[in-house]
Each structure stands twice: as structure tokens, then as C-alpha cells.
Design a protein around this ligand. Structure first.
Ligand SMILES: Nc1ncnc2c1ncn2[C@@H]1O[C@H](COP(=O)(O)OP(=O)(O)OP(=O)(O)O)[C@@H](O)[C@H]1O
Length: 610
């Protein structure tokens, strides 16, 4: 058992069967964004806040200036103020302009920072996450989190931060000025606010629901696009273009449906705030005018108040619209947090030491394992591989051969038994040291869309050019690489698509050579090659196997013959073990396999002198 309590039944890794998004409150999400992400940039945040406060305060000063202009210049005919007031207004507006510029730039910076930080954290989680979880979650869901969700958070962060702080402060200052000037009039203007608040809360819930669904559909769209691009040959060969296009159209239509729902809820905010502001201002004009005619309210007083009321509504309207945007941002952020919060179950114990590889002896000690559906895949799997020994696993499809390699690399943890390398349980040592002890070669080598040199040096970045060439020579790859126009600097294309299968495999061999790991795990790396290509990589493979402990999955007689020990697996158990000749003589499961699967290869191998 690991410290994280891994049970080997992958579905029980904390109960996250899919990427469930919890209903987190807007407050919780914003608090997290503020504390976790923004706090390290508190200086910029501080500058942003100051500029917003200054901007809001200058707005609050404008009605007073208007009041003074009306009362002192127009009514009292004060000439000195006539010269002073324009200067004061230019100053106030100038300060407001600078504050506005500063708050916009700092907001954009903080918005971008929030999103890049969220993207980085998601990526880190992904690279450290359990394979089981990543495989279970559709790639489109991740792509959507990185692209759509992050984009929405960015827009929401940049816009709502200004609106929430600056516009709230502006509304506060202006409302305060209104109450200071005439509290009765101010009450009239503000009477509609509680209704607006209740209405907005209802709209916010609606928006949150439709945004969540549109983002989910956007994830499905991403998944479908990836899937179609990967399987375009099959789509064409089976003439499914029309069907795929219709499926795509359904998803796109759904997205539009949910986006329109969001747009309608968002737009519904406008008429309500407009009407309320109209009613408020109309009431203020009527009551203020009445006071002007029959009471003792001065023109300046009334004009100043009306300016304050007029100036209050635009930021209030923005605040109302912000509710919608905030709701979208919170929904998208909670989807991102669902990715970030995933905790890997295959994790290191605290204070784990690195694996100390002395001889590279591997021991699978009564290992049991099942994937998330709970069906046992390995049952009492018991195998010792001596230093330098080459062991081949053979058996029918689904017997659990690849699973054994997955467990050796600690991609999953067994539910029973232990796996030891040189006597150390691989759950007790650091993860990079376990994975660093082995090199894995698969049927379909994984190359990145980089140069050949970068692909060979993947995982051994510090290797010199000489070492890279040496590894390529040992992997019989140097000659073909040298013939390429850009040699080692040739880009291999997406997934190595510009190279042939055999060339890709030799680049992968060179990578393993350079890595020089004491343990080699092979998942029949030659099985996807034709006879000619295979012949070219055989020598490379022999060189690679020399002096290493090897565990290989074998589908071909040529691979089986390389092994010192052959283990026949059936339904997760080793049912026979021995050398090729011993097992043939036994006339059991291996002999049957030999006669059905391998016999066709035997004459070719004999001719090749193997
Ligand atoms: N990620 C996974 N999640 C759930 N079940 C899995 C997963 N990978 C493999 N299995 C199941 O585990 C069993 C063993 O699979 P495994 O790939 O180890 O067999 P194998 O012997 O390598 O087969 P093959 O020779 O066809 O590659 C199969 O029944 C398979 O369906």
C-alpha cells in the first residue's frame, strides 16, 4: 500500500470517475483566485486598486464641481471661480484619465497572469496525473479547459475586477454624494435597487447553468475534432463523412442553443436596469423640480444631484452586466479547478529516497491487479528476473502482458503483492528514479514534432552531439539520418509522420541507447514493421539488449528466441515457464502457440541463421 492508499483498483482513486465539477460558490472561486493566484502579485494588485479608487473618487468629485459652477458662477457671478473651476475640472479629468489608463493596463496584466497561472497549474497536474484518470477523461475535455474555459476566465477576470472594484466604488462615492446633497431624493433614486438585485440573482443562476452546458458541449466538440482528425482514414474508408458531419452539426447547434440562452439572460439585464434608472431619474426630476418650484432647492443643488444620479447609472449598469460575466467566469474557473484539484493516487511517499539500482534484478511478488472495472487482470503474478536476464512474456491477447510493463513503470499500483527492483519496493522510492531505471520501447514509437536530435535526446537533454551520433549509430539510424537534407536537425512532423515506421523505431532505439537505462521494457517494438524494416532494426535491437535486464512482450518467434526465459501468460497468470526447447518438449500451451502462431516464421529465421 502506498501512503496515498492506492488500492490498485484504479477507479477508487478518490472517487473521481470523470471530471466532475462541484457547485462551488462564486465567493469561494474568487477567494481562491485572489489568495492562490493573485496574492503573489499583490504589488500590481495594489497599484490596480489604488488607480481604481482614484478613478472612482474623481467621478464622485464631478457633481460637486457642477454644483459649484451652477451656484457660484451662474447664480452668484463669482469671477475668480470662473477661472479656477475649469483648471480644477481639467485637473480632475486628467487624474481620472491617468487612473483609468493605469487600472486598464494593470487589469489586463492581472487577467493574463491569472490565466497563464491556471494553464500552467493544469498542465503540471496533467503531467503528474495518474494515467488511469487521463485515459478515462476525454482529451477534448482537457483541450476545452485549456482553451475555452481559460479564455472565459481571462475575460471575466480582466473585466469584472475593474467593474467590481472601480464601479462599486464609483457607485458608492456617487451615492454618498447624493445622500449628502439630499437624502430624500437619494432614497427615491435608490428605491429600485433591491428589486434589481433580486432579479440579477435569478439571471445569474440561469446564466451559470447555460454556460456550464455550453462549455461541456465545447469539450465534446474538441473531443470529436481530435478523434476525427486521428481517424480520418477510417472515416473516409467507411464513407462516414456525412454521419460525422451530422454529429458535429448537432454539437455545434447545441453550443449555439446554450450560448443564445446565455445571451438572452445577459441581455435581459439591460432593460431592467434601464427602466429602473429611468424611473429613478424621473422621480428625482419630478420631486426635485417640485422642490425647486415650491420649496427652497437651488438650481446648483438640483443640477449637482441630477449629475450624480446620471453618473451613478452607467457604472451600476456595468455592475449588473458584470454579474453575468462573473457567473460565466466562475463556472469556467470551477471547471479548471476540477482539473487542478485532481490528486494523483500513484504518488511518492513523503521523504522517499531514490531507487538504488545495483544489478537491476526485478521481482514481481504475487502481484494482483485490476483496472477500474474491477475485473482481475493479474492474479498471483509471480516472476523473478535476474540481472542481465532476458524474459519474454507470451500469451493470448488480453492476457495482461502490457499490464505487467505498466506496473513495472509504476503507472499503476498493484492491489496485492509487491514489485521489487534490487530488493526495493518501487512504491517506497521516488517515482522519477523508478521510471529513470527503465527504458520503454513500444510497438508504435512516440516521436514529438521536433528535430531528430531533440527526439533522440528526449530525457537526456544534456547529452553531447557526439553521444547522440554514437547512440544513433548503435541503433542503425545514423545512415538514414545523414541522408536527410537537414540531418539531425530534420523535423520529424506530427507524431514522426515524415519518417517511415522502421525509421521511427530506430530513432526510438537511439533514444533508449542514449538513456542507457539498466532495465529495458519492450512491447514487441518490431511487430509493426515488415520483414525488410525489421531486418534493419534487428542488429540495433541486439545491441540494445546487451548487458541489460530485459522484460519483453513477444508476438514473434524472432523476439521469443532472444529470451533466456519464456513465460506463457493466460488470464493474468503465468501458466508455463522455461526455454523455447523446454516448452516445446512440454507440449503444452507454448507448444500449441508455436504451432499456430510462430511456425510460419521458423523457416525464415532458420534461413537467417537464428
Ligand atoms: N486502461 C485500461 N483500463 C481498463 N481495462 C484495461 C486497460 N488496459 C487494459 N485493460 C484490460 O486488461 C486486460 C489485459 O490487457 P493487456 O493490455 O495487459 O493485455 P495484453 O496481454 O497486453 O494484450 P495484447 O497482446 O492484445 O496487447 C484486457 O482485458 C484489457 O481489456
Amino acid at each position: 500500500m502506498t501512503q496515498s492508499g492506492s488500492s490498485g483498483q484504479v477507479s477508487r482513486d478518490g472517487g473521481t470517475d470523470t471530471l466532475t465539477v462541484e457547485d462551488i460558490s462564486a465567493y469561494a472561486v474568487m477567494r481562491r483566485l485572489l489568495v492562490d493566484i493573485l496574492w503573489p502579485h499583490r504589488r500590481v494588485l495594489f497599484v490596480a486598486l489604488i488607480s481604481m479608487v482614484v478613478g472612482a473618487a474623481t467621478s464622485g468629485a464631478v457633481p460637486f464641481l457642477i454644483q459649484v459652477v451652477a451656484d457660484e458662477v451662474f447664480v452668484a457671478k463669482n469671477e475668480t471661480l470662473l477661472y479656477l473651476l475649469p483648471v480644477a475640472i481639467i485637473l480632475v479629468m486628467g487624474v481620472r484619465g491617468v487612473a483609468d489608463w493605469t487600472s486598464k493596463v494593470t487589469d489586463a496584466w492581472l487577467g493574463n497572469k491569472v490565466v497563464s497561472e491556471l494553464r500552467i497549474r493544469m498542465f503540471e497536474t496533467l503531467t503528474k496525473a495518474d494515467l488511469a484518470w487521463v485515459e478515462r477523461t476525454h482529451s477534448g475535455r482537457f483541450v476545452s479547459a485549456f482553451v475555452n474555459d481559460a479564455d472565459i476566465v481571462q475575460r471575466a477576470a480582466a473585466k469584472t475586477m475593474t467593474a467590481l472594484v472601480k464601479d462599486s466604488l464609483t457607485v458608492f462615492f456617487l451615492t454618498a454624494s447624493m445622500f449628502y446633497m439630499d437624502w430624500r431624493l437619494a432614497l427615491l433614486v435608490c428605491a429600485g435597487m433591491p428589486f434589481a438585485y433580486l432579479y440579477l440573482t435569478r439571471q445569474r443562476k440561469r446564466i451559470s447553468g447555460s454556460v456550464r452546458r455550453s462549455l461541456k458541449e465545447a469539450g465534446d466538440l474538441g473531443s470529436m475534432l481530435t478523434q476525427t482528425l486521428q481517424s480520418l482514414r477510417v472515416v473516409k474508408a467507411y464513407r462516414q463523412e456525412q454521419r460525422e458531419a451530422e454529429r458535429f452539426r448537432t454539437i455545434v447547434d447545441n453550443i449555439v442553443r446554450y450560448l443564445m440562452k446565455t445571451a438572452r439572460s445577459r441581455a435581459a439585464v439591460g432593460p431592467v436596469t434601464e427602466t429602473l434608472s429611468g424611473v429613478g431619474i424621473a422621480a428625482a426630476i419630478f420631486y426635485g423640480g417640485w422642490q425647486g418650484i415650491y420649496g427652497n432647492v437651488s438650481l446648483g443643488h438640483f443640477a449637482g444631484f441630477l449629475t450624480a444620479a446620471m453618473l451613478t447609472y452607467p457604472p451600476m449598469r456595468t455592475l449588473a452586466q458584470t454579474q453575468a460575466q462573473l457567473s460565466e467566469g466562475v463556472t469556467a474557473a470551477s471547471r479548471i479547478f476540477a482539473v487542478i484539484d485532481h490528486s494523483a493516487i500513484v504518488a511518492e511517499k513523503p521523504g522517499a529516497e531514490p531507487l538504488n539500482v545495483r544489478e537491476a534484478r526485478i521481482r514481481f511478488e504475487h502481484v494482483d491487479f485490476s483496472y477500474d472495472n474491477g475485473t482481475p487482470v493479474l492474479r498471483d503474478f509471480d516472476l523473478s528476473i535476474e540481472p542481465g536476464q532476458k524474459v519474454a512474456l507470451v500469451g493470448p491477447s488480453g492476457a495482461g502482458k502490457s499490464t505487467v510493463l505498466n506496473l513495472a513503470l509504476r503507472f499503476f499500483d498493484p492491489s496485492g503483492g509487491r514489485i521489487l527492483i534490487d530488493g526495493q519496493d518501487i512504491r517506497d522510492v521516488t517515482l522519477p528514479s523508478v521510471r529513470g531505471a527503465s527504458a520503454l520501447l513500444t510497438q508504435d514509437p512516440v516521436l514529438f514534432d521536433e528535430t531528430i536530435r531533440t527526439n533522440i535526446a528526449y530525457g537526456s537533454e544534456e547529452a553531447s552531439q557526439e553521444k547522440i551520433i554514437e547512440a544513433a549509430k548503435a541503433a542503425a539510424a545514423h545512415d538514414f539520418i545523414s541522408r536527410l537534407p537537414n540531418g539531425y536537425e530534420t523535423h520529424v512532423g506530427e507524431a514522426g509522420g515524415r519518417l517511415s515506421g522502421g525509421e521511427r523505431q530506430r530513432v526510438a532505439f537511439a533514444r533508449a541507447m542514449l538513456r542507457d537505462a539498466p532495465i529495458l521494457l519492450l512491447d514487441e517494438p518490431t511487430s509493426a514493421l515488415d520483414a525488410e524494416a525489421e531486418a534493419k532494426v534487428q542488429t540495433a535491437l541486439d545491441g540494445l539488449l546487451k548487458g541489460r535486464t530485459v522484460l519483453m512482450i513477444a508476438h514473434r518467434l524472432s523476439t521469443v528466441k532472444r529470451a533466456d526465459l519464456i513465460c506463457v501468460m493466460v488470464e493474468g497468470r503465468i501458466v508455463e515457464r522455461g526455454s523455447h526447447h523446454e516448452l516445446i518438449a512440454k507440449n503444452g500451451a507454448y507448444a500449441r502457440m508455436f504451432h499456430t502462431q510462430f511456425v510460419g516464421e521458423a523457416p525464415a529465421l532458420a534461413a537467417a541463421g537464428r
